[in-house]
Design a binder for this molecule. Structure first.
Ligand code: 5GP
Length: 116
């Protein structure tokens, strides 16, 4: 059996989180350590450890990450000014939770993509 991830526990309401959106394929909740006024994690219900584990069967859920992100951004009022979507992969990408997820960040000018 694959290990139950932290995010699966949030999706199943075993750990509390501020859930802002969910549907049949994805769930979205506010990051516990926000890096911007809006910082939301959008997570496929079915855990995929990393981008490197993605298969064609995951395409519907991965596509939904984007439509959910756009929908949530509009609801958060950050669409017009824009926002950033980030997916980290493994150690060099800075991934901490091995349940693939998209960060939605906005609400202020975020500056350059990488620290210089
Ligand atoms: P990663 O570095 O894997 O791309 O991002 C993991 C994110 O999960 C981090 O931004 C971190 O703040 C967030 N996070 C870690 N534990 C929890 C938690 O228990 N609840 C919530 N809502 N976010 C968490």
């Amino acid at each position: 059996m694959p290990e139950v991830t932290l995010f699966t526990k949030i999706i199943n309401r075993e750990i509390p989180a501020d859930i802002v959106y969910e549907d049949d394929l994805v769930c979205a909740f506010r990051d516990i350590n926000p890096q911007a006024p809006t910082h939301i994690l959008i997570v496929p219900r079915q855990p995929i450890p990393t981008v490197d584990d993605v298969t064609e069967a995951d395409e519907p859920a991965l596509g939904r990450l984007f439509t959910a992100a756009a929908r949530i951004a509009r609801k958060e009022g950050i669409s017009e000014n824009g926002y950033r979507l980030i997916i980290n992969c493994r150690a060099h990408g800075g991934q901490e939770v091995y349940h693939l997820h998209m960060h939605l960040l906005g609400g202020r000018k975020l500056g350059p993509m990488l620290a210089r």
